[in-house]
Design a protein around this ligand. Sequence first.
Ligand code: CMP
Length: 225
Amino acid sequence: MDDTVVLSAPLFSDMESEESKALFASMVPVELSRGDVLFREGEPGDRLYVIAQGKIKLGRRSSDGRENLLSILGPGEMFGELSLFDPGPRTATASSVSEALIYELRHQALVQWIAQHPSVATTLLGALARRLRRTNETLADLVFSDVPGRVAKALLDLSNRFGETNDEGVRVAHDLTQEELAQLVGASRETVNKALADFATRGWVRREGRAVVLLDLDRLERRAR
Ligand code: CMP
């Protein structure tokens, strides 16, 4: 099952199945527990990772100690490639927000692989371009949207990644603490809590510890615009 999820990553698309299996076989599994730090912003990096199970948060810390989460990644997603394409230190700290199983690939092995399979470079550019689009959108939201709008958007985004549809709506087991959710939205814990409480009162969501059930997707989508 892990194989299928990992093989769905952009790194492997456009490849014959024998080839992807060969590349996958050269990757090393790494198991993480909640809170484990895989690498820190500023460190040198020589490998990238594909997630098979669990969730990884990518965050940055300001000089006065405040944290901001760039993204929460899940199964089939890749990270740690920027320090390969733009040689330099890690641009974010990667840590697990749940138990996780990830596979690592040395940058050097990827460079050799790209030399033999140039179309992989195009696919990876596609993945980077998608990330840039997302980052631009997040930046615009930080400037133009209010906190409840950003909370609604973050919930919908998490639901696309981790949501499971049930009779009531979509259950999103995000595994994030209130603090982490606030860091993802880029606002204080109090303001994010207030927005969530307001959504709950209106019947748009129900909170369940480190999960939330989205009960009214239409309203949330309208609030996120
Ligand atoms: P690298 O800089 O090697 O290590 C940190 C990783 O976080 C980086 O590679 C990217 O894979 C990932 N990353 C950095 N910025 C973003 C972002 N804005 N959105 C999603 N992932 C990111």
